[in-house]
Each structure stands twice: as structure tokens, then as C-alpha cells.
Write a protein that binds this ligand. Structure first.
Ligand code: COA
Ligand code: NAP
Length: 273
């Protein structure tokens, strides 16, 4: 990563920060000098992430909780506050679960798991973080998804939950703005090498179709998302709040036009183009 920010002296907590995109964000802040905490459900994943972030030179701690359990989330924030010994400057909330499937093929419990992790989990993290945020000055980032604004087959619980996440972001930008807390969402496009893409694009054919459907013709990297989180938490974004920032090579704007982009090729051929 060539982009540099200076987050030395800043406390950054990444919930769900032990793998994939959120771990990439934590790595970014580690390289930029921040002190870090990461949290997720599994102790082995937390241990591995903490070790990796320490290798980058960051003072790092970890804690385990399930975002569906409010009392556990609250306890995790108390532990985090003790580790930092001061307020949280940057909070990233990105824990999520995704079981792709048509609604009628998903059990009610699978639907519940996705909505409770993605949406209720966001509510829990937001509610528990508030007491510990730097006021003024905190940057809060929720990790959303294109499903929030583009309906997708096999994704109805995630679509509904992430749309909810974005409205939590916007509502809290209103509620917390007067105290100098900025709240934004990042909506990553298809990010290579992640669990999310392993579940949504499990074959080379689907991967290729996804890549072709991105206007910039590549999948994103976790670095792409880390840089956006760095920007949103930096002075450069001092006046940015309540925003859902797609970081997706233009994927999110396409919507139904993706079909027409493919159809355009056939139309050109019909016209002899
Ligand atoms: N296909 C269909 N149903 C599935 C499934 C699959 N691949 N995986 C889980 N489920 C169902 C389970 O059968 C269960 O329903 P049931 O009780 O009716 O049988 C329900 O989902 C909950 O599963 P469980 O494993 O008990 O939930 P959990 O709370 O331990 O895990 C998940 C949550 C299901 C979201 C799990 O996939 C997970 O931990 N995901 C995190 C990683 C992830 O999704 N990353 C991508 C982020 S975009
Ligand atoms: P990932 O590696 O599976 O990351 C999910 C993280 O959340 C892990 O650290 C996981 O660790 C943790 N987690 C899951 N359920 C949890 C729970 N109930 N409580 C606490 N922590 C929990 O997946 P990813 O693909 O990188 O996705 C990361 C984020 O980006 C998600 O919010 C996802 O919706 C979003 N996103 C991803 C893509 C993509 O292309 N991958 C695109 C758009 C948006 P444990 O298993 O230890 O709990």
C-alpha cells in the first residue's frame, strides 16, 4: 500500500476485524501508526489477527464476543476502553454473516442469523460504543454492501439488513453530529480473496461474470477499502458525515443497466457493429 495517513496516537477498534475486509482495514490503520483492538467470535481468529497486526508494529489487543449478544458487546467495549486507556477515535463495525439462498430455500433460523448479525449487531455495536467514543472527533464507519441499494436474488436477508445498516448510519449521523461524531458507511464492491466472495462467487465462471460486471473490470482489494476507511477517518473528511461511500469500481451505480451493458454488445452485432 502506497497511500499514507498519520493515525499515530489514535485508538482504533475494528469489530469483526479478524479476517477479510475488516482485517484489511485494521492492517491499514496498523501501518498508519494507530493503536488497535479487534473483536470477533472465535478466540483463534482473534489471536491470529492480533499477532499479525503486532507484526506490523501496532500495539494491539483483542477481545471475543458475538454481536448478537448485547451484554457481551458492552463487556467487550469495557475491555477495549481499559486497553486503550482513553476514548475510541475510530470505530469500524463490520461483523456480518451471509448464507446465499432463495428465501424459500433458507430456514427461518438462517434468515434470523443474517438479520441479527448484520442489523441487530450494528445496533448493538453502535449502542455500546457511544459511551467510549471521542467527543468531539470520533469517526464511526459501518461496513455496508451493494445489497443495501441493489436488490439481489439469493440475498434477501442481507439486502434488508444492510439497507437497515445504512439507515442506522444516517440516523446516528443526525443524533451524534452535534457532539462532533461523524458516522459513515462504506459499501465495498466484490473484494477478492474474501469469505464474502467465496460464498457469492464460488466458481471461476461466476467470478468471471462478476469481474466483467464491474465497470473498472477488476475485483477490489482489501487495501482499496482500507484506504477509504483511512480517508473517512482523516482530517480530509472532517465535514463528511451520514454518507454511504461505495468503494466498488462503479459496480453499485449499474443496477439494471448491467443487463443493458451486456445487451449492448448483442445490439451492436445485430446492427452489424
Ligand atoms: N446453507 C443453508 N443454510 C445454512 C448454511 C448454508 N450454507 N449455513 C448455515 N445455515 C443455516 C443453519 O442450518 C441454521 O439453520 P437451522 O437452525 O434451521 O438448521 C442457520 O443457518 C444458522 O446456522 P448456525 O451455523 O447455527 O449459525 P451461526 O450463528 O453459528 O453462524 C452464519 C452464522 C450462518 C451466518 C455463518 O455462515 C457464519 O458464521 N458466517 C460468518 C462469515 C460470513 O458469512 N462471511 C461473509 C460475510 S459477507
Ligand atoms: P469475513 O472475513 O467472514 O468477515 C466477517 C468478520 O466478522 C470476521 O472477523 C468474523 O469473525 C466476524 N463475525 C461474523 N459473525 C460475527 C458475530 N456474530 N459476532 C462477532 N463477529 C462476527 O467476511 P468479508 O467478506 O471480509 O466481509 C466483511 C464485511 O464486508 C461484512 O460486513 C460484509 O457484509 C462486507 N462486504 C463484503 C464484501 C465482499 O466482497 N467480501 C462486499 C461487500 C460488503 P468470527 O468468525 O471469528 O466471528
Amino acid at each position: 500500500m502506497t497511500m499514507t495517513f498519520d493515525f499515530s496516537g489514535k485508538n482504533v477498534f475494528v469489530v469483526g476485524g479478524t479476517s477479510g475486509i475488516n482485517y484489511g482495514i485494521a492492517q491499514g490503520f496498523a501501518r498508519w501508526g494507530a493503536k488497535l483492538m479487534v473483536a470477533s467470535r472465535k478466540q483463534d481468529k482473534v489471536d491470529e489477527a492480533v499477532a499479525g497486526l503486532k507484526e506490523l508494529g501496532a500495539q494491539t489487543g483483542g477481545t471475543t464476543f458475538d454481536v448478537r449478544d448485547y451484554a457481551a458487546v458492552e463487556a467487550g467495549f469495557e475491555e477495549t476502553a481499559k486497553f486503550f486507556g482513553g476514548p475510541i477515535d475510530i470505530l469500524v463495525s463490520g461483523a456480518a454473516g451471509n448464507v446465499p439462498g432463495r428465501l424459500m430455500d433458507l430456514s427461518p433460523n438462517a434468515v434470523k442469523a443474517m438479520v441479527e448479525i448484520d442489523l441487530m449487531g450494528t445496533f448493538h455495536v453502535m449502542r455500546a460504543c457511544y459511551a467510549h467514543l471521542a467527543k468531539p472527533g470520533a469517526s464511526v464507519i459501518n461496513i455496508s454492501a451493494p445489497q443495501a441499494f441493489n436488490a439481489m436474488s439469493h440475498q434477501s436477508p442481507v439486502c434488508a439488513a444492510k439497507a437497515g445498516v445504512d439507515m442506522v448510519t444516517k440516523s446516528l449521523a443526525l443524533e451524534w453530529g452535534p457532539e462532533g461524531i461523524r458516522v459513515n458507511s462504506i459499501s465495498p464492491g466484490p473484494i477478492d480473496g474474501t469469505e464474502g466472495m467465496a460464498r457469492l462467487a464460488p466458481t471461476p465462471q461466476i467470478r468471471e461474470a462478476v469481474t466483467k460486471s464491474v465497470p473498472t473490470k477488476r475485483m477490489g482489494t482489501t487495501d482499496d477499502i482500507a484506504k477509504a476507511a483511512g480517508f473517512l477517518s482523516s482530517d480530509a473528511a472532517d465535514y463528511v458525515s451520514g454518507v454511504v461511500l461505495p468503494v466498488d469500481g462503479g459496480w453499485g451505480v449499474s443496477g439494471a443497466s448491467v443487463v443493458m451493458t451486456h445487451a449492448a454488445g448483442f445490439m451492436d452485432k445485430l446492427k452489424g457493429g
